[in-house]
Design a protein around this ligand. Structure first.
Ligand code: AMP
Length: 215
């Protein structure tokens, strides 16, 4: 199964993708996670990506596409993948289609997680991250011990780009550059909408049901 999770920042794509990846036994590929890992390691890619990410802007298409192209060469992608945060622009989607076509493949399903802007701003201000990759939310998905990761015991932190001003910029970027992808995939007949305002578990169940029906 080759799937894309679409939706505004803070819609819960990362959380859903992590759960789905386990349930479907396909890798979760997040371009945002790849950028953050590079920022942490201080690679040239990380240094470049940070300037865009901290400003709530998108990393240039050619850079992002190159990363995905390389990641798809990994053996773990043979039975499918779950893209989270890619594509984010029409040129990325077109290039992605061309990339897959060369491999004799195509995208099977695009899940569009719908959440209104006001709820996103509220959600993102409560988001907490751990360096091990886990994400939490102070109201919806709190850790057992405040500020501490359940899995590894590290201290949780707020992502620089989850601050309110940056979130507003990210939403602007989403509406201008990413939301046209809804129509792009709708026209291909592979897009399904999911209500992302519900609880994480309810949304997971809805997505798994949709995948079952699709298959
Ligand atoms: P995310 O964790 O998916 O919200 O991504 C965090 C940030 O990384 C985004 O706000 C962008 O600056 C950058 N980013 C992630 N994926 C892409 C992409 N497909 N194209 C361009 N920039 C991206």
């Amino acid at each position: 199964m080759r799937m894309i999770l679409l939706g505004p920042p803070g819609a819960g794509k990362g959380t859903q993708a992590a759960n789905l990846s386990i349930a479907l036994k396909i890798p979760h590929i997040s371009t945002g996670d790849i950028f953050r890992a590079n920022i942490k390691e201080g690679t040239p890619l990380g240094v470049l990506a940070k300037t865009y990410i901290d400003a709530g802007k998108l990393v240039p298409d050619d850079v992002t596409i190159g990363i995905v192209e390389k990641r798809l060469e990994n053996k773990d992608c043979v039975n499918g993948f779950l893209m989270d945060g890619f594509p984010r622009t029409i040129p990325q989607a077109e290039k992605f289609d061309a990339m897959l076509e060369k491999m004799g493949r195509s995208v099977d399903l695009v899940i569009n997680i719908e959440v209104p802007d006001d709820l996103i701003v509220k959600r993102m201000s409560g988001r907490r991250m751990c360096s091990c990759g886990r994400t939490y939310h102070v109201d919806n998905n709190p850790p057992q011990k405040e500020g501490i990761c359940d899995a590894c015991g590290n201290k949780l932190y707020i992502r620089e780009d989850d601050r309110e001003e940056t979130v507003k910029e990210r939403l602007k970027t989403y509406h201008q550059q990413t939301s046209p992808l809804i129509d792009y995939y709708k026209k291909k007949g592979i897009l399904v909408n999911v209500d992302g305002t519900k609880s994480i578990d309810d949304t997971s169940r809805e997505i798994l049901e949709l995948i079952k029906n699709h298959a």
